[in-house]
Ligand binder design. Structure first.
Ligand SMILES: Cc1cc2nc3c(=O)[nH]c(=O)nc-3n(C[C@H](O)[C@H](O)[C@H](O)COP(=O)(O)OP(=O)(O)OC[C@H]3O[C@@H](n4cnc5c(N)ncnc54)[C@H](O)[C@@H]3O)c2cc1C
Length: 368
């Protein structure tokens, strides 16, 4: 629970909130140099390196610590929040020395960018596949939705190795046969690319872990990302509740504060109950994850609850604040646009629910 944090975790939350108030609140997101200044300040504040391994000069924080920091930071709904936390190792965690030198170290230093290539296009009849040819795999196929793919130096790519099983391969985007099929932006403003692979030669040494462990490795990465998305949702939802609380206490043209009306209070009460439930689920799932026990089901529940909750909460807040909240620059209008993607990205809500049911019915997994 968010109340049962260690002293260090409480200090981390305070640090993240202060960073939002003192540094981020003062930046102009339209200023193109702001991002690099925020990164420098976040490094100094010990936030940028939180998710990075100690072996690479990072702090090596646990997923619970990261949840604490993101929940706290997002509770201020600051601009440029995406610049505060540096890239973690993700699926490159525990990779070979060769891959550390070529990809992981430059990634953590901010010198190279990676993408996560998992989702396949609907019109592709087969999975992206790889055939072994001596010291290389020859990869053919397509990936349709790689966040940051347009600027990525490499892609952590899930492939089907013919006759063997799924594996993650690190594919350099400069390799012959790698093509960007399209570049596009999504409603939340993030940038993506679709790729095709035409007989791309990928060294066998670029395989992450054993064949057959590819999906598990990818899902491990997705699990952490799901918790971080859920943390962003509950943090933002707390900002929305604060914003609405102030609005409901403020004078209204009717002569009576909106917050004095019972119907309005019911909606506000629903909002707070919704946030409390999702936040409690998030911290419980994060504790499962750090305990080392299988937390796939708990993390799926936390992601499902938090992403559905933020959609309801923002929608309700707009209804309570009224037409002003729909002016395009209004923070609630911006949130309405930005939170939508989370119910699809990193596991669509229905797919998560099916996995949760499968965990209980078929695998005897998952706690309540
Ligand atoms: C902002 C954003 C960033 C993304 N970034 C990445 C990225 O970096 N890398 C990457 O690989 N992908 C990325 N994706 C893609 C994302 O993983 C997919 O959008 C998501 O997995 C859903 O797949 P889909 O879009 O193909 O929809 P579909 O799989 O076609 O699903 C559409 C709907 O169909 C229903 N459905 C689907 N399957 C089932 C089922 N088995 N049973 C019942 N109902 C089902 C659900 O209602 C679902 O919402 C990103 C997506 C977004 C929106």
């Amino acid at each position: 629970m968010p109340e049962l944090l260690t002293d260090e975790q409480q200090q981390l939350a305070t640090r993240a909130r202060r960073f939002a108030d003192d540094v981020l609140a003062a930046v102009d997101p339209a200023d193109t140099s702001a991002r690099s200044r925020v990164i420098d300040a976040a490094k100094e504040a010990g936030l940028f390196t939180l998710s990075q391994p100690v072996s690479h000069g990072g702090i090596g924080a646990s997923i619970l610590d990261l949840v604490v920091a993101r929940d706290a930071l997002m509770s201020r709904n600051p601009p440029l929040a995406s610049a505060v936390f540096g890239p973690g190792p993700g699926v490159l965690s525990g990779c070979s020395d060769e891959l550390v030198q070529a990809y992981l170290a430059p990634l953590l230093a901010g010198e190279k960018r990676g993408g996560f290539a998992f989702t396949e296009p609907d019109d592709a009849p087969h999975h992206t596949k790889a055939v072994r040819d001596g010291d290389v795999y020859r990869v053919t196929g397509a990936k349709s939705y790689v966040t940051g793919g347009g600027n990525a130096d490499f892609l952590n790519t899930l492939v089907e190795i013919e006759g063997e099983g799924k594996a993650m391969l690190v594919i350099d985007t400069g390799s012959t046969g790698v093509q960007i099929a399209r570049r596009f932006a999504s409603l939340d403003g993030s940038q993506h690319a679709g790729f095709t692979f035409d007989n791309v030669a990928v060294p066998v040494s670029h395989r992450l872990g054993d064949v057959g462990a590819g999906l598990k490795r990818a899902m491990g990465q997705i699990g952490d990302t799901r918790l971080l998305i859920a943390a962003d949702c509950v943090g933002l939802a707390r900002w929305v509740a604060d914003y609405c609380g102030e609005h409901l206490r403020a004078p209204h043209r009717s002569g009576k504060n909106l917050g004095d009306r019972e119907g309005v209070r019911l909606r506000f009460g629903e909002m707070r109950a919704d946030i409390y439930t999702a936040r409690a689920a998030l911290y419980r799932a994060a504790r499962h994850a750090v305990s080392g026990s299988n937390a796939v089901n708990e993390v799926s529940i936390a992601k499902y609850q938090a992403t559905e909750m933020i959609a309801r909460v923002v929608d309700k807040a707009i209804q309570l604040v009224g037409g002003n909240a729909l002016i395009t620059e209004h923070p609630l209008a911006r949130l309405y646009q930005s939170v939508r993607s989370w119910r699809l990205a990193e596991g669509a809500s229905d797919v998560l629910l099916l996995n949760i049911a499968r965990g209980a019915l078929d695998l005897d997994k998952g706690t309540l």
